[in-house]
Design a binder for this molecule. Sequence first.
Ligand code: PLP
Length: 389
Amino acid sequence: MDSLSKRVQAVTPSVTLAVTNQAKALIAQGEEVYGLAGGEPEMDTPNHIKAAAITALQDGKTKYTPAAGIPELREAIAKKLLTENQIEVETKGVCVTSGGKQACFNAILAVVEEGDEVIIPSPYWVSYPEMVRLAGGVPVMIETSAANGWKITAEQFEEAMTPATKMIILNSPGNPTGTIYTEDELKAIGEIASYEDIIIMSDEIYEKLVYGDKKHVSIASISEELSQLSVVVGGFSKAYSMTGWRLGYTATANAAIAQALSKIQGHTTSNATTFAQYGALAALEGPQDFIEDMRQEYDVRRQFVAGRLKSISNISFVEPEGAFYYFVDCTDMGLKSQNLCDKLLNRYKVAMVPGIAFGHDASVRLSYCTTLDVLAEGLSRFEEFCDSH
Ligand code: PLP
């Protein structure tokens, strides 16, 4: 349609939302659907966080805040980044956003110009390429493989670089693969980025969901130079089960980028919801045991899923190290991922996300952020489905 901008026409609608809608339509028809497609913790937000937001509402915290957020929350985020992640950012380097998603979009908008290339390791989170396109940039995917743990190497990064490269997007722990980059791997990638002053958007929204002996390291913590080149994206959705609150943040030591991020925020949403920000403050300042309990719970489910998937002969997978997804290679079934997921949903009532959404058409994404009962039944049905192909 002529009235639509070229930018918007270049964007593909979200496949993950489409799956959710299909599943909802079946549920509305009275079907029982085993939802293994979601991207949010199923537990409720802890009560002390809710209580803080309720108090804020009752105290009249119902007006605009500064665009980059209430000073107390920005300060608390800067302190958290220093103590937990060894990232040095000033309070003014933090901008509170309406979710990690807006944080990513702001970061991309702040640095990407028409025609700039943004390097994205593939499989990737569904929104990165579309955000780059909306900003007028060109997403450049680097293919990774299960054999390499779904990670790019510094050599691949170097090869993909052109004079138009402006940014690289890193997502560790990663969605959809659950991969985690080690400090050495980040150092090697960071070294390449430093040669050409490539901005690094480091999406660390799953930082708290790390399993076994793996450790989350932020590339921004590696050196002063890399902290200047990095925009860290974090949030409250996954760590504190606050997806509906729509709260995230960008953090950077780069003063010019920090200013740009606040400027974008000021002209788009003005500020993240005021009373919700007080909830986020309580999340950071209150007890943190919820996170560890949740992490342990997901680790149990992760191991449960591994056990069940291992007994299916015509699939393969790399055991995830973080987040709450399995990226399952279904090449042997010879189906396109959308077709596979449609059949799985319509015939077996199990919802998963087609890998094509993440740039990998031979795979499907299975989420284990649901109860063990749903996982058990969903996986039995998935096994039946695989056996019949
Ligand atoms: N980044 C990644 C990798 C995600 O998977 C998600 C949500 O699924 C987000 C960012 C956005 O999170 P939020 O709900 O805080 O906007």
